[in-house]
Design a protein around this ligand. Structure first.
Ligand code: NAP
Length: 256
């Protein structure tokens, strides 16, 4: 277990799915003093407003920030806000991801690829996480323990790609992995106490996976609460030797 407790944490993508479950878990953690909960519509999320009231009642600080990780101006607004409110950040968890949307669906064949759809998936899954890291650099580069973690997906592993399909999602997560590995190497020089992790949550019952759950065995479809517990266990156990790793919910190392 960590010798230094996680007191100040930021979750990007906290309004639903795995991000929300992690926010609930951290909110219940007695060590936590400040939670920054972000998504495009965090400030109008009934779930997050409820969590904010609970934390306020417990004498803890909870900031809700509307941030779009694909928009540099929005990220700069977040940085400015955090400069006022946060002296230190111990943990960042990015849980934002895109598999399908109104005009995006995972490609089963080459004919289904479209440039605008591919660009949208890359903007969210690959460019967003590294732009988020850049926006948080004032906190990441200071020499002290800090964790920057981002949810990837096993299907982003090139070594593990046996089934094919889902071109954009797979490739965008592979790109995210490379960007995170590169960040880990840069941060090891600038702040040797920083830990950067790409995390695979396992198939989880959320809006992102719902249209694709038909062939998933019940015991392999996890609840967001189960996944949040396991990911937080991996996070709290991580040491600087783990920086730049791709780790599954159960601690398994995944091939790049
Ligand atoms: N669910 C699975 O089975 C599974 C499996 C493997 C990997 N993953 C990965 O795990 C992560 C979490 O997945 P999930 O299933 O919890 O997803 P989800 O239920 O769709 O939640 C995504 C969250 O991200 C926020 N968000 C979306 N776009 C955003 C943007 N541009 N800027 C800021 N926030 C944004 C959403 O809130 P707003 O709409 O308010 O912005 C929401 O809170 C993703 O990276 C996913 O690829 C999931």
């Amino acid at each position: 277990m960590r010798e230094i407790p996680l007191r100040h944490a930021l979750i990007m993508g906290a309004s639903s799915g795995i991000g929300h479950a992690m926010a609930e878990r951290l909110a219940a953690d007695p060590d936590i003093e400040t939670l920054v909960l972000c998504s495009r519509r965090a400030r109008s999320s009934a779930l997050l407003l409820r969590l904010q009231s609970q934390l306020a009642a417990a004498g803890k600080q909870c900031l809700l920030l509307d941030v779009d990780i694909t928009d540099e101006a929005s990220l700069a607004g977040m940085t400015n806000q955090l400069r006022k409110d946060m002296q230190v950040i111990d943990l960042v968890v990015n849980t934002v991801g895109l598999l399908h949307a109104e005009d995006v669906s995972p490609e089963k064949a080459l004919e289904h690829i479209s440039l605008p759809s591919m660009q949208q998936v890359f903007a969210v899954n690959a460019f967003g996480p590294i732009l988020l890291a850049q926006a948080l650099m004032p906190w990441l580069k200071v020499r002290r323990p800090v964790l920057f973690t981002s949810l990837s997906a096993r299907v982003g592993s090139i070594g593990d790609n046996r089934l094919g399909g889902w071109y954009s999602y797979r490739a965008s997560k592979a790109a995210q992995n490379q960007l995170l590995k590169t960040l880990a190497i840069e941060l090891a020089r600038r702040n040797p106490e920083a830990i950067v992790l790409a995390l695979h949550p396992g198939t989880t019952d959320t809006g992102l996976s719902r249209p694709f759950q038909a062939n998933v065995a019940q015991e392999k479809l996890f609840t967001p609460a189960f996944v949040a517990d396991h990911l937080l266990q991996q996070i709290t156990q991580a040491t600087v030797e783990d920086t730049g790793s791709f780790i599954a919910w159960d601690g398994q190392r995944i091939a790049w």
